[in-house]
Design a protein around this ligand. Structure first.
Ligand code: TXA
Ligand code: MG
Length: 309
């Protein structure tokens, strides 16, 4: 069910959960002032309790009451990339933020989204906790239809345009004077380098877990995703580029052209969801693209989506 801004604001103020379009992916929103709604988010998504939520705000001023001190370069990063697809995880004053929002951690992630509908809602309601609006482990939602697929057609979704980026925000994590990439996302590290003066190191898998959400299987369709050359001939369905030739007789689901990472990112989750809508059991994925910029995020999402459960 698509709902108006007024209705969404009312539901949130009454302690309900509402799905909200953002420029990255759709979010499942609860007022951080409503412990009941925060609990409902975890239950709806079937999300493990140890996986904290990002707090979305409308301005930097709204973050200040939660932090003891603003980290080095925080203002410069905010100035460069907010509103937009960057989340910054920073130390907070624990008593200022309900424990279940931050999963008991002494830090919290903040983002100012740029999507006009999300902005207006934040203006009307105040800070909102918003994980991606998908069942835990599933591909994120980039349209109202995706939200309804996971949570039912009656689930309230704030009306607004679909997500432009189509992949989640890049998460920067601040510790002891250094910024690190805790999750690759819509904002490539090369862009961040222009502000920090160094490419923020990517926290590698297998090292100490920084973002609890990163340790789970994620972004995954029910269809098995295969990437090796041999599988190309073994399956009937291929996911690939509209400007490439593939073996005849195979069904090709195209996610865009091979020269446009933005287009592929924007279509990525819709394509993964389409495989399930069409009952595809296994699909071969064309991973032949540059390993730079936004392509690295696309590759990371696909590798995680391909992990068997
Ligand atoms: O683009 C996005 O970031 C979307 C839209 C809705 O804003 N949100 C999103 O939220 O992707 P979610 O919950 O699906 O992913 C948030 C990630 C999780 O991996 C979580 O573990 C991590 O951020 N995270 C949040 N707060 C954290 C904290 N205080 N410390 C470490 N990791 C944190
Ligand atoms: Mg998510």
């Amino acid at each position: 069910m698509n709902i108006s801004l007024d209705k969404a604001a009312l539901l949130l103020k009454e302690g309900h959960v509402v799905a909200v379009p953002t420029e990255t992916v759709y979010g499942l929103a609860a007022s951080i002032a409503s412990p009941r709604a925060i609990e409902a988010i975890f239950a709806l998504k079937k999300r493990p309790q140890d996986n904290p939520l990002i707090i979305h705000v409308e301005s930097i001023e709204q973050i200040l009451p939660y932090v003891k001190e603003v980290p080095f370069c925080f203002d410069a990063l905010a100035e460069a990339f907010w509103p937009g697809p960057l989340t910054m995880i920073i130390p907070i004053i624990p008593s200022a933020i309900p424990s279940n929002v931050r999963a008991g951690l002494m830090t919290a992630g903040f983002r100012i989204p740029s999507h006009p509908s999300a902005r207006q809602l934040l203006k009307a309601v105040g800070p909102l906790a918003m994980p991606s609006a998908n069942l835990s482990g599933r591909p994120s939602a980039t349209s109202a239809d995706h939200v309804h697929e996971d949570f039912g057609v009656d689930f309230p979704v704030l009306e607004g345009s679909v997500s432009d980026h189509g992949v989640e925000s890049t998460i920067l994590y601040y510790k002891e004077g250094e910024w690190m990439v805790a999750r690759l996302g819509a904002l490539p590290p090369e862009e961040i380098e222009k502000i920090l003066g160094y490419v923020p190191p990517i926290i590698e898998k297998g090292k100490k877990v920084i973002c609890p959400g990163q340790q789970y299987r994620h972004y995954a369709p029910k269809a098995k995703l295969l990437m090796d050359g041999k599988s190309l001939y073994a399956v009937d369905c291929l996911v690939g580029f509209g400007d490439r030739q593939y073996p005849e007789g195979k069904r090709v689901v195209a996610w865009g052209v091979s020269t446009d990472a933005k287009e592929v990112a924007a279509n990525l989750y819709a394509v993964l969801r389409k495989l399930d809508q069409e009952g595809v059991q296994a699909a071969w994925v064309d991973m032949d693209f540059p390993k730079e910029g936004l392509w690295i995020t696309i590759a990371e999402r696909l590798h995680r989506a391909a992990v068997s459960s």
